[in-house]
Design a protein. Structure first.
Length: 241
């Protein structure tokens, strides 16, 4: 029987009792049929992973007690995903897979051809937490509120930003990623592509580099995952033995 992993925003210290959320308590008792005394694993993105036990469990209430650290916290390469707002299911799927691939920030952006005009950041954050729990990741990416693309670019800190621009004769993403090191970011536009003015504005920014993902036209959520995988393999922790 596998040991469930749960994310908490509380500090992890041996013997310090922690309240589980109502959803976590229901998951442990109602779904997994765990009971007081059973083992769990806890992480908070700061203190590594801890072996813990369920001290009390009743309906939507649970108390967890960390006992010992099983894995120390390790730094993650800073890989950011900027993704034009998609429909609900596609956006959730992209957030889940981006978390599994190690994205440290997921920033929804609003473009002129975005298929959605709003994003439920709280829902995406919950999806990311669950994906981190299941993938044995020690941190959860930050889910930013959706903003217009130009606002995100105007506030950018200068980290290299690769943008999918297949129709501009751009070089392959792998060629660009080989010479970069984190922090770096990957921007995927809407299903209909960026409008010309948006792409022109992007390419005027000194930190932006256009890249291509090959000869096929990909759905936005597929492009998000494909690009992150390339960056992780060439510049992220996949490149570390």
């Amino acid at each position: 029987m596998s040991i469930p992993r749960l994310y908490t925003d509380q500090p992890l210290e041996a013997g310090r009792e922690l309240p589980a959320s109502p959803a976590q308590a229901h998951y442990l008792g109602g779904v997994l049929r765990r009971a007081a005394g059973d083992a769990v694993l806890l992480f908070n993105g700061r203190d590594g992973e801890w072996a813990a036990r369920i001290a009390a469990l009743r309906r939507d209430r649970a108390v967890l007690v960390p006992e010992r650290q099983t894995r120390p916290q390790a730094p993650e390469p800073e890989l950011r995903l900027l993704l034009a707002a998609l429909k609900r299911d596609a956006m959730g799927w992209a957030a889940e897979k981006a978390t599994e691939l190690g994205a440290t920030l997921i920033q929804p952006v609003l473009t002129r051809r975005s298929v959605a005009d709003r994003v439920n950041a709280a829902r995406l954050a919950a999806i990311a937490r669950e994906a981190a729990e299941q993938s044995e990741r020690l941190a959860v990416p930050r889910l930013a509120e959706a903003q217009p693309l130009h606002a995100v670019l105007d506030a950018w800190d200068g980290a290299p930003l690769l943008v999918g621009a297949e129709r501009r004769g751009a070089p392959p993403i792998a060629a660009a990623a080989q010479r970069l090191r984190p922090p770096l970011a990957w921007l995927v536009g809407p299903e209909g592509g960026f409008e010309r003015a948006e792409l022109d504005d992007l390419l005027r920014r000194p930190f932006v580099s256009p890249v291509a993902l090959g000869p096929r036209i990909l759905r936005a959520e597929t492009a998000a995952v494909a690009g992150l995988a390339v960056l992780q393999a060439l510049a992220g922790d996949w490149a570390t033995p």
